[in-house]
Design a protein around this ligand. Structure first.
Ligand code: 1BN
Ligand code: ZN
Length: 342
């Protein structure tokens, strides 16, 4: 009798255990929800202190154009070319940039070997996130579209000096209003000595060299923009075809930014065909998606304007309002990229 009662108790215990484990297995997935769990801590938020967009000083940019023109045409193998390169380096160093002069030999389509130099100026070189801004700094050896003095070199106030002037002013701005982002400003040499009736490879020799010999192996900036012919009166910047193929979002950001700042008359959202310019070689050879801001006002028969590759591309063609439109847009582009707005 006692034995039987012990067995039945054991049976009860076993049945209870089986029932309990069945219940446990059934409700186990829901246990965390039943328990009053403390929620996991939120991911750490990286707060970037917002930096106001500084004013772009078009008077200063204008003086940078005047200075370059005063050296004389910046044609490779001339004293003006050498002096101007030295001045760029001094100017960037004055603003705390790390500067490298990338010297190279470039063979002109007419046979001359040019002693050429790309200027590579790095703001905060140790910062991993980098913005690349570029322009060509040489001016054309001949005024082949002019009616007079076709064999003489041009001042290249717009075609050459304007892009570098805007970027020098941005360099000065970065020194005065620091940002925790890396900015590389590259001035390409020998962009404008090409053959108008020849292959596209006769142009842009400095960017071709730089793209094949990057100043840092594997260099890949977060965003990249080229400025060319950004200072003339009546400038019109259309969405250039190759830029639209490789970096349409950056193009849209810049053109929308320009419109929001009131520069929509300069930045026309119409897309146009691709242009042979330094960005083509940066895209093809270095695989860096680069946007080209280049004026194509389509004046007369010339897409690049009446002054293009003519002697009237001198200081008189420069308009501070155009410099302001491009300079302010690009300053906002750099600072808003840092702020995380773009
Ligand atoms: C732009 C300004 N370019 C030269 N000066 C590049 C170019 C090269 C444009 C060939 C058209 C044809
Ligand atoms: Zn040119």
């Amino acid at each position: 009798m006692r034995k039987k009662s012990f067995r039945s108790r054991l049976a009860y215990i076993l049945i209870a255990a089986v029932l309990l484990s069945t219940v446990f297995v059934t409700i186990q997935p829901f246990l965390p929800a039943l328990r009053k769990e403390t929620p996991p801590p939120p991911p750490p938020t990286v707060t970037v202190p917002q930096v106001a967009v500084p004013d772009f000083n078009a008077d200063s940019a204008f003086l940078f154009i005047q200075k370059q023109v005063d050296f004389g045409p910046r044609v490779p193998n001339t004293a003006a070319h050498q002096k101007c390169a030295a001045w760029f380096t001094k100017e960037f160093k004055r603003h705390g940039f790390t500067v490298a002069e990338q010297a190279f030999k470039a063979v002109h389509y007419k046979g001359t070997t040019f002693n050429a130099v790309n200027i590579i100026a790095q703001y905060k070189p140790d910062m991993p996130k980098r913005i690349l801004l570029a322009a060509h700094w040489d001016s054309r050896f001949q005024a082949d579209k002019d009616e007079k003095n076709q064999n003489k070199p041009i001042d290249g106030a717009d075609d050459g000096a304007s892009g570098t002037a805007v970027l020098l002013e941005i360099a000065r701005t970065l020194a005065a209003h620091p940002l925790d982002v890396g900015v590389d400003i590259v001035f390409f040499d020998v962009e404008d000595q090409g053959d108008d009736d020849g292959a596209s490879e006769t142009w842009c020799l400095g960017s071709q060299y730089w793209a094949a010999n990057l100043h840092r192996p594997g260099y890949m900036p977060y965003t990249a923009v080229l400025l060319d012919m950004v200072g003339a009166k009546g400038a019109k910047f259309m969405k250039e075809g190759i830029s639209m193929q490789v970096a349409p979002q950056t193009v849209d950001k810049i053109w929308n930014l320009a419109a929001s700042l009131g520069y929509g008359t300069y930045f026309d959202p119409t897309e146009r065909s691709g242009i042979t310019d330094d960005h083509v070689f940066v895209v093809q050879r270095a695989r860096i998606p680069m946007v080209d801001i280049i004026s194509t006002p389509n004046e007369g028969d010339d897409p690049f304007g009446r002054h293009h590759h003519r002697h009237i591309d001198n200081i008189n063609v420069i308009d501070k309002s155009t410099l302001k439109a491009v300079g302010q847009t690009m300053t906002a582009f750099v600072y808003q990229t840092y702020n995380g707005v773009l």
